[in-house]
Write a protein that binds this ligand. Structure first.
Ligand code: ACO
Length: 277
């Protein structure tokens, strides 16, 4: 896959372990600021992982003390101020692709593991991922206002989707930082844990997901993304159609297998865990 899809490994590393693909932004000296190298490598990685059997869940994290210090002010912004607009737009488009356009509808479940600094543009893929776990000590900030820009890309929209309106306005306008524990209270992340437990807690969550029927998981997360902006009537119609599509296309025939294990074999209880696959 690496040959046809573009290479990675210089700015982002991938490790496989029991169905989990640990994708690590790897510019620790620059606090994992997003440069064009990360943009191209992340797109290549997402192309490859969607077909790679070793990846059932994708975890995105950062090397060293940072998740990501946002967009690289030097390589992503200053260096592109003078290039032909088409080239700049191509880079920005590729960045939007991995950080949210593709990420939101990625066929496999995605988790952000926020291990440290998380600023500005990092909120795009933080929110783009389906789930997020943070170290209690991670530091978050919408620092755009501090250096004279607005949270663009899609940051403002991402923040409004996940934080309350008051919290979003407060942090966008003040640029104040908050920690992982506060992020969990605001529900910007699912939970915050002690730094030494972060990897294990993330692994546990990922393993819960690897135990589920992968096709139905994909259908369920896609339905969440699309239903959000629909009316009740549209959502009702769409979800019934999506449910029929799921039943017809599920290679595991999960619905009937699960029903049979519960009703006929009495070998599992759906209320308490996934059916045997
Ligand atoms: N863009 C470019 N370079 C960066 C970035 C960034 N976003 N963040 C850190 N770096 C570089 C620094 O320039 C420095 O480079 P140098 O070693 O060549 O001097 C190196 O990473 C280390 O940075 P320090 O500031 O020395 O590290 P420290 O641990 O003291 O602070 C912190 C870390 C708080 C993350 C700080 O680097 C910082 O404020 N970074 C910018 C955060 C930010 O506002 N990001 C942009 C958000 S807006 C957007 O994404 C659109």
């Amino acid at each position: 896959a690496e040959q046809t899809m573009g290479k990675w490994g210089e700015y982002v590393t991938v490790e496989f372990d029991e169905g989990i693909a640990w994708v690590t932004l790897n510019r620790p000296k620059q606090r994992n600021a997003i440069n064009p190298g990360i943009v191209w490598e992340m797109n290549a990685i997402m192309d490859a992982l969607e077909e790679d059997e070793r990846c059932k869940v994708m975890v995105v994290t950062g090397a060293g003390e940072s998740f990501s210090a946002g967009m690289d002010l030097k390589e992503y912004f200053r260096a592109t101020d003078k290039v032909p607009p088409i080239q700049r737009e191509r880079l920005f488009r590729a960045n939007a692709a991995w950080q949210w356009r593709r990420m939101m509808y990625y066929p496999k479940p995605t988790i952000s593991m926020v291990n440290g600094w998380c600023f500005g543009g990092a909120f795009q893929f933080l929110v783009g991922c389906d789930l997020a776990i943070a170290s209690e000590e991670a530091i978050f900030g919408l620092s755009e206002i501090n250096w004279g820009i607005i949270p663009a890309g899609i940051v403002t929209k991402s923040v409004l989707e996940t934080m309350s309106f008051r919290d979003a306005m407060y942090y966008i306008m003040t640029g104040e930082t908050f920690n992982g524990r506060q992020a969990a209270e605001m529900k910007l992340v699912n939970k915050a844990v002690a730094p030494e437990d972060l990897k294990e807690e993330t692994r546990k969550l990922a393993m819960t997901l690897t135990g589920k029927n992968p096709f139905v998981l994909r259908q369920a997360k896609t339905a969440c993304r699309f239903t959000r902006d629909m009316s009740w009537e549209q959502a009702g119609e769409y979800l019934m159609a999506k449910s029929d599509q799921t039943e017809l296309r599920d290679p595991e025939n999960g619905r009937n297998v699960g029903m049979s294990q519960f009703l006929d074999e009495k070998s599992f209880r759906p209320g308490l865990g996934a059916y045997r696959r």
